[in-house]
Design a protein around this ligand. Structure first.
Ligand code: CP
Ligand code: NVA
Length: 305
């Protein structure tokens, strides 16, 4: 594993190893023996806002004995037109790894192509692999094993849904994704994930019907209807996604032990009802915490000498 950009490039065994390492690092969070990146520096480029990603990577590097640099594109020359290629080459002379959150997925691929240090995708319009790793860590903690569980996703078939499909496919889970037709997941990502899921004893089903997806689910998952960069479409999206809200009616179709997940930030009363997100099935804060542990596993595998 050279980079952590697209889960399609990570083998199932590597992904499962990251989950195991994350569990171990979580258990040893405050021991000095876990300072496996002493003297290393991670650069964190942000072209979009962040709470969880920024704080968890910064704290994660600190706990591993290294340090992190917050680099907003509003401040660095990348935001004034310096190329990704030059940025990658220069940063590779200073840093041991780069995490980037941006709009275009291609920019992340280019950063990896022109640089010589590991690149981590901290979210693009297309994917959010760090989130999916933390999500499956959370599910694993709740149910002990992932194989055979049904996870249902509701709402926009974009970055979070894509990475969730790719991740679930590696673990033998059954993924059901319910989105409005025009906001369906990428066909090529679904096709590749379906193939991978089948190999691992799982499955992927795509529907426009949220009730069908919720039926007998072990995990119900949603994300904002208005992703970063789509703010102008907010009013239209709220109308289109109305039927995909995760509420008590939808939860009632799932298994009685079902849990609710959300990558956050959440908008109560839109993609999820207050009763569900603040209710007994919600595991959102464990899920947010697990960003730290999951990403520390990624950092160790990519940056440890
Ligand atoms: N879930 C997530 O990536 O949160 P932030 O946008 O706060 O980083
Ligand atoms: N889909 C959301 C995820 C935020 C973590 C967005 O891209 O804004």
């Amino acid at each position: 594993m050279k980079h952590f950009i697209d889960l399609a490039d990570i083998k199932a065994a590597e992904f499962l190893d990251l989950l195991d390492l994350a569990v171990l690092l979580k258990q040893n969070q405050h021991t000095t023996a876990s300072q496996r990146l002493a003297g290393k520096t991670l650069g964190m480029i942000f072209a979009k806002s962040s709470t969880r990603t920024r704080v968890s990577f910064e704290v994660g590097m600190y706990q591993l004995g290294g340090q992190a640099l917050f680099l907003s594109t509003q401040d660095i020359q990348l935001g004034r037109g310096e190329t990704i290629a030059d940025t990658a080459r220069v940063m590779s002379r200073f840093l041991d790894g780069i995490m980037i959150r941006t709009f275009s997925h291609q920019d992340v691929l280019d950063l990896a192509r022109y640089g010589s240090v590991p690149v981590i995708n901290g979210l693009t319009d297309l994917m959010h692999p760090c989130q999916a790793l933390a999500d499956l860590l959370t599910v694993k903690e709740c149910f002990s094993s992932l194989k055979g569980l049904k996870m249902a996703y509701f709402g926009d078939g974009n970055n979070v849904a894509h990475s969730l499909l790719q991740a679930g496919a590696k673990t033998g889970m059954h993924l059901a994704v319910a989105t409005p037709g025009q906001y369906a997941c990428s066909k090529s990502i679904v096709a590749a994930a379906s193939e991978e899921a089948e190999k691992n004893g799982g499955s992927i089903s795509i529907t426009e019907d949220p009730l069908e997806a919720a039926k007998d689910a072990d995990v119900l998952y949603t994300d904002t209807w208005v992703s970063m960069g789509q703010e102008d479409e907010k009013a239209a999206r709220i109308k289109i996604f109305g039927d995909y809200q995760v509420n008590e009616r939808l939860m009632a179709l799932a298994k009685s032990h079902a849990i609710f997940l959300h990558c956050l930030p959440a908008y109560r009363g839109l993609e999820v009802s207050e009763a569900v997100i603040d209710g007994p099935a919600s595991r959102i804060f464990d899920q947010a915490e697990n960003r730290l542990h999951a990403q520390k596993a990624v950092l160790v595998r990519l940056m440890e000498s």
